[in-house]
Each structure stands twice: as C-alpha cells, then as structure tokens.
Design a protein around this ligand. Sequence first.
Ligand code: ZN
Length: 439
Amino acid sequence: MLIKNALAALPGGHDFIRCDILIKDGKIAQIGSDLSDSEILDVKGKQVFPGVIDPHVHLNDPGFTQREDFYTGTCAAAAGGVTTIIDMPCTSLPPVTTLQNLQAKLREIEPKAIVDFALYGGISGQSFAHCEKNIAELSEFVSGFKTYLISGMDTFHSLDHFQLEKVLKISKKYNRPVLVHAEDISYIQSAQQAGFANSVAGYYKTRPEIAELLAVNSAVALAENTGADLHVVHVSSAAAAQVVANSTVSGETAPHYLHFDLEDFQKIGTPLKVTPPVKQPGNKEKLWQFLAEGKLDFVATDHAPAPAAMKNASIMQAYSGIPGLETSFTYLYNAGFMQKKLGLQRLLQVTSSQAAKKYYLKDKGAIKVGNDADLLIYDQNKNWVVDGAKFYSKGKLTPFQNMKFQGKIDKTLVRGKIVYDEQVGILAQPGSGRFLKPC
Ligand SMILES: [Zn+2]
C-alpha cells in the first residue's frame, strides 16, 4: 500500500514533511515523493504520526473482564491511535507471576487482540518467595517486572524494601527493568486509620504528595544502591518528579496528572479518582516542564477503566482508575504540541519512541524504513468534543468529558493494515494483534 500526500512526523525533523510512504509486507519500505503502488491511500495532507506506544494499561483479562477485556481494550487503543500496548500483570487472574500464568493469559488474550501487545511480569507479596525462578523463566517473554510498594489488590500484594531490593538485583541479571508503584505504605495505612471524612479532601489526606515522595525516595535509593534499572510509574507530583530527574531511574507521567489538580478533583469527583490522586495546584505545570526537558521520560495512560456502577460510589469506595486510551494522544497534541509545551520531536518521543527503546520493542516507535508500518493518521482540521458514552472501552466515565479537541484520529494502521477508521469504526479481526517479546 502507498500512503500518498502525507504530512509525516519523521524522526529528527522540526516540522512535518510532505511525502509518500510505501508499505510492503507490513513494513515501511520507502519514504519519498512521487512513489507508486497498485493500492493507494490518499490522505490529502493529513498529518501522519508513528502509532502511539502506551506502556502502561490494565486490560483486566482474564479475571476482571467486567471492567475491560482484551478486545474492548485493544479497540479503545486502536480508536486512540495506539498501535502497541504493554499490559500490566496484576489486574488479571491469575496474575502474571509465573511462566505458567503468562501462558494461560496468552491463550486467553491472543485471540482477542487487534493491536500489538507486550506483557509485564509481576512480583507480588504472594509470589516473592519464588522470585528467583520466576524472573529467570519470565524474562524472555516480558518487558519488565511490575512491583508495588502499596497495593489495594487482594490478588497482588505489595513488596517491602528488602523484597524490592532483591527483585532489583535479580532483574538486573536478566536485563529487565523493574517498574514500581511508589506510594508509602506506612504513611497511607496510618492515614487511612485516622478516620478522615469520606470526601475528596478526606481521601486526599490519606494519599498526599509526601506519601509519593517518601516512596520514590526509597525506591530510588534501592535502585542506585543495586545499580538496577528502575522505572517509576505514574509520577504525579513535582517533588517526586524532581527526585526521579536527579537520579538514575526513569519515570512516566499520565495525561490526568498533566491536566487536573485537586480543585478539579473536588468538582469532578469519582470520574477523576485515580491512584495516586491528582495533586495540589502548581504541580501539573512543573510536570509539563519536566516532561518537556526530558526529565520525565514518556507518557503512559494507566488505562484502568471500570463500568459506571463501580465509579458511582462514595469517594473512598469508588473504583480507582479511569479510561485513557481514547483521549491520550489527542490530549497531548492539543495541550502539549499546540500549546507549544512540547516540540514535534518531543511529542514523538513521549508518545512512542522512548517507550519502544525502554522496553526493547523491535521495529516500533518511529516512521522509518524497516520499521513496522504502525501509523496514526490525524485529521488536524477536524474538531470534536469528548463523549465517554462513545468509547470502545467499557469505562465510559472520563474526566476529559466535554473537552474540545482540535484534530481527530482519522485512521490507525498496525503493520500496514487499517485497524480503525473514524468513518467506519473497527476494521480489524480479533486475533490480528501480535504478542511482542522483548528483543
Ligand atoms: Zn497502573
């Protein structure tokens, strides 16, 4: 297939380049002008980006498919211009803590996927005793190992500092990053027992900025002591981001931390309940700055949807997590690129190339010859208003509800095949998405 008249976001360029992109056998074969082929897709001057790589999603399959399953979750990805996801090990049953569990999960999800996907292994409190064997067996198949310093999940408990240190040492031998959810368990557990009001303000007192800062500081100390590759997921405050920036560890943030603060949380309520919670006013501006300067490495959604019934509860009881796949790229394009907080190259890095590099995803993350033809065609002249009711995700409540965006995802291509078309909907067959082993 030949993509004609693209305004392509190529690696290294400061502006879009008008060109044609020739695709052969799912790969980008040639980028140039006046190319020809028997099958032509004329995009008529629309912008073409590398497909987004979202390295932090919870598709909940198998086990919690009332919240999302691998078909609905990868459809949401396709509609959001996301061509590769990396799914978390903790929100499926059984959790991906052993090779056997990974194989069971693959049997369930491979027939449902419509975009490419990789998986993390996980080390939970329950599986820690066998971590040496499990890390050895899983490393060939997983992009990293997820851990928690505090967990709200019965089926995936947190690790203490001694345990995290051991996991870091073992993962280092197998050249795999360790990902950590960093909030301090002793602070939060005591705060939860203090009896704060069942309100946004009360909830926030149980998980304030200092709870994140304490845990990020200790995780960074353990990583630097062991020389291991540690990645802090969903950094939500400026102080924690500063610690990450001054250290050897990497970090990600999420669109909701870039856009919302505690005052918004008080207005929006449970549709903005995420863990860690959005922070006090003043943090998000600094998170943008860290992201722009490369001190935070990339953006991931932490897509963790739930049906409205699980969100329509009091603040303390409501499910914590929101859908993110269908709004993340357009949000970053509008609030980052158009507002000049991120240059074009930085937009490409934070949405695609940095995650490809960090997680050893071969032939992904840039529009260049030899890479997979994973592409996002963006109609920069179309405007739309976010309506969660139209999401492919099972999570329909979004804090981005009614937000006006300039530009809309027109088509998403995975390995040269159109998987989503804004006019038609989902075009891919379940099972067309491929499992990616780290290279
Ligand atoms: Zn998560």
